[in-house]
Design a protein around this ligand. Structure first.
Ligand SMILES: Nc1ncnc2c1ncn2[C@@H]1O[C@H](COP(=O)(O)OP(=O)(O)OP(=O)(O)O)[C@@H](O)[C@H]1O
Length: 288
């Protein structure tokens, strides 16, 4: 399977331009992480990919055909977890997944449901009504319905929201296993989720694509632009750099900063993926 996005622009009815000239392609197998601050346009991009919204201009092709011409093919190949997901509170987990498999036209539904319940660690809860579940368990039901029927294309909008650290690790492993023969696109604010599983990163901000490459390439771009310094820098000097974190130490507070040109009083350090992401966002427009 391959998906090509060409010069996508999306402006909402209120005039808000959520996407500007987005172009990239994805080919299976592929596990891509979509990173960007609030309002970057990640959810809008995902809604266009699942044909829930139409672009204002530009196009999406699925295996070489325009998406609007192959909607049936898309629907049968798609598993989608939207950001806000309405679950049917009075149904049990099994009933809900049974209902979703009927909507998806899955043939061997019992087997398919059993498989996703196991994969998402919901075996103890399959008879529970959805209203009785915790936030993390509900999120797992959302992931389970996306996985139903082993779809070739998985689009997850913030899949790890509400999951505890142990569950997040389980899901990272699940995503890596799942991606072996599929296209998986997942958006997240949690950089660790992406670092450990994604072989490709797309960074967006204000509707623009800022970076498309491997996590290592993103880190490579930040070398020489990350440093640490002690907090007691006087205010006049606090220019030209951005503080990304503060660490309390016995010597006082140490700040981690990113800057185009590091100030002389900062000590350069090896960038993490999070630093590299912050550096790329702070640099603004322009691919790579
Ligand atoms: N239905 C809508 N009508 C008008 N503007 C919208 C609509 N949906 C989103 N927007 C705006 O479009 C921009 C992109 O929003 P989008 O939800 O795609 O961003 P996001 O990266 O997913 O952010 P978040 O991580 O906060 O969900 C934002 O400025 C948002 O306010």
């Amino acid at each position: 399977m391959n998906i090509t996005l060409t010069d996508l622009n999306m402006t909402y009815a209120n005039g808000k331009q959520a996407l500007r000239n987005i172009s990239f392609d994805m080919q299976s197998p592929n596990l891509t992480g979509l990173l960007g601050p609030n309002g970057a346009g990640k959810s809008t991009l995902m809604k266009l990919l699942v044909s829930e919204l139409l672009p204002t201009s530009g196009g999406i092709q699925l295996n070489g055909s325009p998406l609007n011409k192959v909607e049936k093919q898309l629907k049968s190949a798609l598993g989608y977890l939207p950001q806000s997901f309405g679950l049917y509170d009075e149904l049990t987990v099994w009933q809900f997944l049974d209902y979703m498999s009927a909507l998806k036209g899955i043939k061997n539904s019992k087997e398919a449901i059993r498989k996703v319940i196991e994969e998402t660690n919901l075996t103890a809860k399959y008879k529970a009504r959805i209203r009785t579940l915790s936030g993390g368990q509900r999120q797992r039901v959302g992931i389970a319905q996306a996985l139903l029927g082993n779809p070739e294309l998985l689009i997850f909008d913030e899949p790890t929201v509400g999951l505890d650290p142990e569950e997040r690790i389980n899901f990272r492993n699940l995503f890596s296993r799942t991606a072996e023969d599929k296209i998986v696109l997942l958006s997240t604010h949690i950089i660790e989720d992406i670092q450990s599983v994604c072989n490709r990163l797309i960074v967006m901000n204000e509707g623009r694509l800022l970076f498309d490459g491997t996590p290592e390439e993103l880190i490579g771009l930040a070398y020489g632009h990350v440093g640490i310094l002690e907090e007691q820098v006087d205010n006049n000097e606090k220019q030209g750099y951005q503080i990304t974190s503060r660490i309390n130490t016995t010597r006082g507070v140490i700040c981690r900063i990113v800057a185009e040109v590091l100030p002389a009083f900062a000590q350069p350090v090896e960038p993490t993926l999070e630093d590299a992401y912050m550096y790329r966002i702070s640099k603004g427009v322009g691919l790579r």
